[in-house]
Design a protein around this ligand. Structure first.
Ligand code: CTP
Length: 481
């Protein structure tokens, strides 16, 4: 296996080596950069380990560059890092991180390690997986030599995730590593060694001591992988998922009654997620896929003569989104609103595939989806997971037809970014109202009339309609209006 570095990276490593030599500090390249460069994966995070003071080395390396980057020192952790400006605005900066080689020992009740200085061997031993414990010497007599005490190269070749120490020790030292194992297996398409896997299953409960932020960071990396279902399936089978994301586990399984079953909504959801991942790298669209059926367990009923139903699961699911985002410490901003909207709307395009759909129904979908129309269609198309090829083709053709109808109506009526021409402020001014229920009633009535095609999309028509609707409510314009 060869390290595939660019000229710029080789020059950068040379600068670090020169600074380290002048400080007489034994220094190595370690961790993810070595792993990813051997695999030919893009990476810009470069970790260095030195025997001795890493803060001084970071300062000395930074001083070799113009303009000199400013170094962030984390004295209590004995680490320092700085960014090197990218070559162009399109390329990310290099993030150089320096840490002193150390031995760590952990206490069972906490994640906080007690740290002592150590050798490069000690440092490699405390790392999570053999493929992450590879080091490359930057020292004068051994420059470029690979140090692989645990067979990391063999594991990279075979595609195996394995702990260097006994899995119990590695995982109880830092239980987040159980999720990292699954995340790396997902990102790299690797398998988890059977002994390491047993360690995850045995230690799953210890994930409880890990902060939500770190857990969610790993979840996001799984969500963003090429085939995210791999990670969620492993999280489920290891017992971790029920501890960190019980709402997803509630989707597992199919119930039977009177010989009628429903599909396993967990594996259906994972397939939808993979389907979306084929069309889009958008993290939040992928979250929408993961959550689109999340309320199916809560809304499941067996109706005589009908079989299993999940009425209203899109509405209840929409309400669950902010709660799940809060629990997972995901942002409660417009990203959450986007996911909620998609969960709420995910059945709407399919309802448009029925015959005799009116322009008004199409206008409503365009209005409600707005700028998220394309994302919604990707989710809906991904939601077709039938094994019956003819059925899949029929559904996909239906969606093509929906897209066509939407295009036609949009060209005619320009609904997607439409704003009702009469604002709440104007209604209050005309009728001398303060913010109150009638204002909302009139505003909604104007919107509905326009979307239903009762009035044309113009200010004058909307104004006249407002006067009519207000009169029905017993309101008259104040003098001068
Ligand atoms: N590491 C570890 N245990 C952890 C986290 C990190 O042993 N819980 C070690 C590994 O050797 C890892 C290195 O620290 O390679 C750097 O960690 P980090 O930057 O978090 O991960 P990477 O391996 O670089 O991968 P990624 O950037 O994809 O997270």
């Amino acid at each position: 296996m060869d390290i595939q570095c660019t000229q710029k990276e080789l020059a950068l490593l040379q600068e670090v080596a020169t600074a380290a030599t002048s400080l007489q500090r034994e220094t190595y390249l370690v961790g993810g950069f070595v792993r990813d460069k051997l695999l030919g994966r893009p990476t810009t995070d470069i970790d260095f380990v030195c025997v001795g003071d890493a803060l001084e080395l970071a300062g000395a390396v930074a001083a070799r560059f113009r303009p000199t980057p400013s170094v962030d020192y984390f004295k209590s952790f004995g680490t320092a890092h700085f960014f090197l400006r990218p070559d162009s605005p399109d390329t990310p900066p290099y993030d150089l991180e320096f840490v002193g080689a150390r031995k760590e020992s952990y206490h069972p009740s906490s994640r906080k390690p007690s740290v002592e200085p150590g050798t490069i061997q000690d440092d490699q031993l405390r790392r999570d997986f053999t493929i992450n414990a590879l080091a490359i010497s930057l020292n004068p007599t051994t420059y470029g030599q690979l140090i692989d005490p645990f067979g990391g190269i063999g594991d990279l070749d075979k595609g195996v995730i394995r702990t260097p120490l006994s899995p119990d020790t590695t995982f109880s030292d830092d239980p987040l590593r159980m999720m990292r194992a699954i995340r790396f297996a997902t990102q790299l398409g690797f398998t988890i060694d059977s002994n390491t896997w047993k360690g995850i299953v045995d230690n799953a409960e210890r994930i409880r001591i890990i902060s939500q932020e770190r857990i969610t960071d790993e979840l996001n990396k799984i969500v963003e992988a090429r085939i995210p279902s791999v990670g969620f399936d492993l999280l489920y089978k290891s017992g971790l998922l029920k501890l960190i994301f019980p709402q997803l586990v509630a989707l597992v399984g199919a119930e039977y009654k009177d010989g009628q079953g429903h599909k396993d909504n967990f594996y259906h959801t994972l397939q939808v997620l993979d389907n979306v991942a084929k069309s889009s790298t958008d993290r939040w669209l992928r979250w929408a896929a993961l959550l689109h059926d999340i309320a199916k367990p809560a809304t499941k009923r067996f109706e005589e003569g009908h079989g299993w139903t999940f009425h209203g699961h899109e509405v209840v699911g929409g309400r669950m989104v902010p709660k799940i985002f809060t629990a997972l410490k995901l942002p409660l901003n417009d990203k959450m609103k986007f996911v909620r909207k998609l969960v709420e709307l995910h059945l709407r395009p399919i309802s448009l595939t029925k015959e005799n759909i009116t322009d008004s129904a199409v206008r409503r979908l365009l209005f409600d989806a707005g700028d998220n129309f394309e994302s919604l269609m990707i989710l809906c198309e991904a939601d077709i997971t039938s094994k019956n090829k003819q059925k899949v083709k029929r559904f996909l053709d239906n969606f093509l037809w929906v897209r066509q109808r939407c295009r036609e109506v949009e060209e005619k009526d320009h609904i997607r970014n439409w704003q009702p021409p009469i604002t709440g402020e104007l209604i209050m001014e005309v009728f001398g109202l303060s913010p109150s229920k009638p204002v909302g009633i009139i505003k909604d009535a104007i919107k509905d009339a326009m979307l239903d095609g009762e009035i044309p999309n113009s200010y004058d028509a909307a104004y006249a309609f407002m006067l009519k609707k207000a009169a029905e409510l017993g309101l008259v314009p104040v003098a001068g209006q």
